[in-house]
Design a protein around this ligand. Structure first.
Ligand code: XMP
Length: 321
């Protein structure tokens, strides 16, 4: 695709012209921030410092996989393990919006502290790069107009830019998601990053109904990993918009051998969608669901029942919280 190749080349040259100091970037492993990382790496390889904040609320092995994959691309990531801090601010919190608020604030605090520390170390950090897309720009303009005042952009990093003494760089701000994917492909971003399902900023915290603990995260990660692994094996992963497991705050009775069990329920959620605004529950094959349910109950300690969510959006939402 020569058009996208040209766009990518233009962005890279523009970055090379503009960036005359170190640039930090919050890397999540999602498509947008990954494309920004790779563009910057191509433009100004020794000026880029990507920061990966491990919230402890990511999918199983996700942090390690992101680090490894970027290392393979020749990009060294500054890794921050903040999981204890996230678990501690979430301690006992059940309300979904309160979870989001606490995670959002903690993320900003951690990123800010780390950025300041790196500035001490590297001196000349001048820029903060972000994966803001055109729809994000429009959305925040509309919000601005509605509120009659300036409102900061981006749901995941709201408030961040204002607080930091860096110039914001947004190389994707005139692009739509599909164009970002095409650019990513042109510049050699691996397939599995390009086609990765969307993942919410608050991560697994909003897929654990009720309080979040290290143990509940572990159970959910294991169940989710089996679901995703099997979707890929059955070549269903790329046919759905999103698929994930949810841990419910109820215990139910089961039987294993001669024993009665009383354990957790996992709900599986898979949807098809164009943009996440509306969605249909995915009609996954019964044999597939049967196989996944068996594996989860057999392999994940603490789970004795699996259910499948058959509601569409609306009236349900994609996530359970
Ligand atoms: P819902 O659950 O509202 O989700 O149907 C629509 C899309 O948005 C994602 N989502 C979030 N993304 N922070 C995010 O960055 C959030 O708090 C959040 N909540 C939902 C969801 O995964 C789906 O793709």
């Amino acid at each position: 695709n020569w058009a996208m190749k040209n766009v990518a080349q233009e962005i890279i040259e523009d970055l090379r012209r503009k960036i005359d100091g170190k640039v930090i970037l919050g890397l999540s492993g999602g498509v947008d921030s990954s494309v920004v990382a790779l563009l910057l790496h191509k433009a100004v390889p020794d000026k880029l410092i990507p920061i990966f904040v491990d919230t402890g609320l990511l999918r199983k092995n996700e942090a390690q996989e992101v680090l490894k994959q970027f290392e393979g691309l020749g990009i060294k990531i500054h890794y921050v393990d903040a999981s204890e801090r996230f678990y501690s601010v979430l301690d006992g919190i059940e309300d979904p919006e309160e979870k989001r608020k606490r995670i959002g604030h903690t993320f900003i605090d951690v990123f800010y502290e780390e950025a300041m520390r790196l500035k001490e170390e590297h001196g000349d950090i001048k820029y903060l790069a972000q994966g803001t897309l055109y729809p994000d720009v429009i959305e925040s303009k509309v919000a601005e107009r509605k509120a009659g005042a300036k409102i900061k952009t981006h749901h995941n990093v709201g408030g961040l830019p204002e607080k930091l003494p860096f110039t914001i760089v947004e190389p994707l701000r005139y692009l739509f998601k599909d164009e970002v994917r095409m650019i990513g492909k042109e510049i050699g971003l691996p397939e599995n990053i390009l086609n990765r399902h969307p993942f919410p900023g608050p991560g697994l915290a909003v897929r654990i109904i009720g309080p979040v603990t290290r143990d509940s995260v572990k159970i959910l990660q294991e169940a989710d990993a089996i679901f995703i692994e099997e979707l890929k094996k059955w070549e269903l992963y790329n046919k759905v918009w999103q698929a994930f497991a949810v841990l419910l705050p109820v215990k139910t009775v089961g039987v294993m051998g001669d024993y009665r069990t009383y354990e957790n329920v996992i709900a599986l959620r898979a949807v098809t969608s164009e943009d996440g605004m509306t969605a249909d529950w995915a009609k996954l094959p019964y044999e597939f669901l049967n196989h996944v349910a068996k594996r989860i109950v057999n392999e994940v300690k603490g789970v004795n029942r699996v259910v499948y969510d058959i509601t569409s959006k609306p009236p349900a939402t994609i996530e359970w919280e």
